[in-house]
Design a protein around this ligand. Structure first.
Ligand code: FMN
Length: 221
């Protein structure tokens, strides 16, 4: 008999999923930057035996910049926030969204690898390419579609970006660190793999969490 597993998680958006949730009589409109609010949710998710807490993200206000904000934004950087939540939970999975369009692979690989260590192997990266036109304007592009990279270009960059991040996560052999106090050899000095493309060649500055394979998820097409 095939046994199917059901995995449950929670997707937390600022002060709530509904744009007017912050107006509820029991809501505090300033919660979206309050660490206590996020910590309460993470602890409740863990108590409720959910598998993971998910943070969406876009580096923008999702609206015209000269208009007043209508709802609390996705304000806190997901990786920074997940770092706080990792320290107050022990087994809850932590999934953070980072776009491949406004970062360099090394930075993303390093941040997730760091968070994976700090959370003892509970992290996954939700990859997006950012179709949000307001995000593109925050990175020097114009407001109309012609002034922003077409979809195929976004996804082409994303495919290579993910390959490079995975290669960087795997750039240390599991037994690369010797830490031999007697001989003074800290590592073997040779890493198993180098990623070489036209734009990048190198290693990540830290080994992955032992016995962990990289985890990448995506809500994009
Ligand atoms: C349920 C759901 C959640 C999404 N969350 C995010 C997100 O957190 N950040 C983001 O930039 N895009 C998010 N997206 C957008 C997708 O990544 C994708 O860009 C969008 O569906 C437009 O498609 P395209 O990129 O193929 O043009 C989400 C899409 C869906 C359906």
């Amino acid at each position: 008999m095939t046994v199917h597993e059901l995995h449950l998680g929670v997707n937390v958006l600022s002060d709530g999923m509904h744009p007017a949730a912050w107006r509820h009589s029991s809501a505090n409109p300033h919660w979206f930057t309050d660490p206590a609010y996020w910590i309460d949710i993470a602890r409740a998710a863990e108590r409720g035996t959910l598998d993971a807490l998910f943070l969406a993200d876009s580096p923008s206000l999702f609206q015209e910049p000269d208009q007043p904000l209508v709802a609390p934004p996705l304000a806190l950087d997901p990786i920074v926030l997940l770092s706080t939540l990792a320290s107050v939970t022990t087994h809850l999975g932590l999934i953070g969204t980072v776009s491949t369009s406004f970062e360099e692979p090394y930075n993303v690989a390093r941040r997730f690898a760091s968070l994976d260590h700090l959370s003892r192997g509970r992290v996954a990266w939700n990859v997006v390419t950012s179709s949000d036109p307001f995000a593109w304007q925050n990175f020097g592009h114009g407001p109309v579609p012609d002034e922003q990279p077409p979809r195929a270009e976004r996804y082409g960059r994303a495919a290579e970006f993910i390959d490079i991040v995975r290669a960087l996560w795997d750039s240390w052999d599991d037994d690369a660190v010797l830490a031999d106090k007697r001989t003074g050899a800290f590592s073997r000095g040779l890493f198993r793999r180098e990623y070489t493309s036209t734009t990048l060649r190198g290693h990540l500055g830290l080994a992955r969490v032992p016995d962990r394979r990289s985890r990448v998820v995506s809500r994009s097409a």
